[in-house]
Ligand binder design. Sequence first.
Ligand code: CTP
Ligand code: CA
Length: 223
Amino acid sequence: NNAIKYTLPLFGKKVMVTAGPTYEAIDPVRFIGNHSSGKMGFAMADELAKLGADVTLITGPTAQKENQTLLRIDVVSAQQMLEACTSVFFEADITIMCAAVADYRPKEIANQKIKKQADSLVLELEKTVDILATLGRNKKENQILVGFALETHDEENYAKGKLEKKNLDLVVLNSLNDNGAGFKSDTNKITIFNKALERTVFEMKSKTEVAKDICMAILKISK
Ligand code: CTP
Ligand code: CA
């Protein structure tokens, strides 16, 4: 039993990971999306599975493929991701929210393709539900919740603010100021803050290596 714990420290743990962008429909042929590739979330899911965790990966549309055995749930919109997350979260020991969820979606989805007419077009958008904040509000004592913060300025303050507001155990700051970090790239540069607001700064690394660093930070605080 100790041998299993040593080689597979997350053996028997249920872990939920989200990845990729969400697509918010405008009409039957168009959507609002973002440049998230899904690489970071898939790398997290694979590393957690390698550590023995029972991983459920909830992903928006991406070209990524999982390399480890895990349960994959494909979704498209923020609303679908919310529904998948709430159905899995209650039994997850550890949750990592890597997905780049849309903050706004079109208030109305046109039933038919919108034809081009006037020289300008205004779309009214409404806020989506903040999935991570919702999970944070429902989090039980023994659950670990990890979020990301994607920032371009005043990054540390925003990241710490998200940790506190969303009731997280760790926040991973992804700074888009660093070249080679972020959405489309194969590498990433992160800083992790824990609940005590202690900061750990990491070098620029491949997303697989970054995922390992995040796993180690999770192991440190896991019960
Ligand atoms: N997130 C979420 N649901 C949303 C928006 C964001 O679960 N509707 C999660 C992301 O997956 C990420 C964290 O919240 O783990 C932070 O996302 P980010 O976009 O950096 O922050 P926001 O709180 O959306 O604030 P802003 O975009 O204004 O910086
Ligand atoms: Ca956002």
